[in-house]
Design a protein around this ligand. Structure first.
Ligand SMILES: [Zn+2]
Length: 324
C-alpha cells in the first residue's frame, strides 16, 4: 500500500515536470485536476491557470500538424480519463467533436471550447474564391469581407488569449470549486503578463521602416497583423503541405523587391525551402516567427512558453521591419 502510494506521488511529480509534453499513458489519479489540452498555447495557458492544482498534458505530439491531426484510439482513452478536455475551437481542431463524442459516452469529462467569445477574423482567401492576388493579405485598416470560415490562430491576438484564460479558469472552477480562489488569482496574474506583452508589442512596433510582414509559411498571423496594424502576406493557405504556384512565388518575389523588404519570415516546422528560394532570388534576409502551435520537442524541453515564443517573435519583427 505504502509503495503504491509512493509510486503515484512519483508519477504525479513526473507529469508536473513533463507539462505540455505528450504523456503516453493515461494520467495517474491524484488529487489534482487532470486536464488534456490539444495544442501548445492552450496547454501552456492551462498550466498557468492550474498552477500546482492541475496536471496538464498536451494531446498532440510536439511538431504534429494541428490542423489535420489524425486521431489515434489511444487519444480517446486519454481524454476519457481526464476531468477536462480543452480545445481552441471547431475551426482549429475540426476533429475535436470526434474525441468529445467518443470520450463523453464513458465519463463526465468536461469538454471546453477555450476560444469561445474570442474576436474572429475571416480567412480572407480560399483557393478558387477569387482575389486580387494569389497571396492572402490582411491589413489593420482594411474592411474585412464576410466569410464563413475564420482564421483559427486566435491566440495571436493577446486580447483573445485573455478570453481563453477566462474560459479555462471558468472550467477549472466549475470542476474544482474548492480551489476557485487559486484559479482566479493565477488567471489574473497571467492576464497581466499578457497585457504587458501587448504593451511591448505596441511600443516596439510603433515606428518601423516597413509594416509589411511577408511570411513564407501558412496563413497564421492575421490576428497579430491586425492588432499592430501590419500588412500581412502569406505564401500558403491553412497548411503548408502543397508547394505554392509559380505565380504565387513570383508575386511574393515582386513584393519583396517592390517594398524593398530587408527580411522575410519563415516557420520553424514548414517551408524553409520556399523561404530560401525567395531569399536566393531577392537577397532578402530570413527571420523565424513562431505561430504558437508549431513547437518542437526540443523547444518544449528547453522550457519554451507562449510568452517566451512571443517575445522571440517581437525581436524578429523589430529587426525585420527595422523598428528602432
Ligand atoms: Zn496553423
Amino acid at each position: 500500500m505504502h509503495t503504491r502510494k509512493l509510486f503515484f506521488i512519483l508519477l504525479a511529480g513526473l507529469f508536473l515536470i513533463l507539462s505540455c509534453q505528450r504523456a503516453d499513458a493515461p494520467p495517474a489519479r491524484d488529487a489534482r485536476l487532470t486536464v488534456i489540452a490539444t495544442i501548445f498555447p492552450l496547454c501552456d495557458f492551462a498550466r498557468e491557470v492550474g498552477g500546482d492544482k492541475a496536471s496538464v498534458t498536451m494531446l498532440l505530439p510536439p511538431a504534429s500538424d494541428a490542423h489535420h491531426y489524425e486521431l489515434k484510439p489511444d487519444d480517446i482513452v486519454r481524454v476519457s480519463h481526464a476531468d477536462i478536455f480543452l480545445f481552441v475551437s471547431f475551426e482549429m481542431e475540426q476533429w475535436a467533436y470526434k474525441v468529445i463524442n467518443a470520450a463523453a459516452e464513458k465519463t463526465n469529462m468536461l469538454a471546453v471550447e477555450a476560444g469561445k467569445g474570442a474576436m474572429l477574423l475571416p480567412l480572407t482567401q480560399e483557393p478558387g474564391h477569387g482575389h486580387e492576388s494569389d497571396a492572402m493579405e490582411a491589413s489593420g485598416d482594411r474592411e474585412e469581407e464576410p466569410a464563413t470560415r475564420y482564421d483559427p490562430h486566435i491566440w495571436l491576438d493577446f486580447a483573445n488569449a485573455q478570453t481563453m484564460i477566462d474560459n479555462i479558469a471558468a472550467a477549472f472552477i466549475n470542476k474544482d470549486p474548492s480551489n476557485s480562489e487559486t484559479y482566479k488569482q493565477n488567471a489574473e496574474r497571467y492576464k497581466a503578463r499578457l497585457q504587458e506583452l501587448d504593451r511591448s508589442y505596441r511600443t516596439g512596433l510603433s515606428d518601423c521602416r516597413t509594416r509589411t510582414l511577408l511570411h513564407a509559411g501558412h496563413w497564421a498571423f492575421s490576428y497579430l497583423a491586425r492588432r499592430y496594424q501590419l500588412t500581412y502576406l502569406s505564401a500558403y493557405n491553412m497548411s503548408a503541405d502543397a508547394e505554392p504556384s509559380p505565380q504565387q512565388m513570383l508575386m511574393l518575389i515582386n513584393e519583396v523587391k517592390k517594398k524593398k523588404l530587408p527580411y522575410i519570415y519563415y516557420e520553424d516546422l514548414a517551408a524553409p525551402k520556399l523561404a530560401k528560394t525567395i531569399a536566393a532570388e531577392t537577397g532578402v534576409g530570413l527571420l523565424k516567427l513562431n505561430n504558437g502551435h508549431d513547437v518542437g520537442k526540443r523547444d518544449i524541453q528547453a522550457g519554451a512558453t507562449f510568452i517566451s515564443l512571443m517575445e522571440g517573435n517581437l525581436k524578429s519583427l523589430k529587426k525585420g521591419m527595422q523598428c528602432p
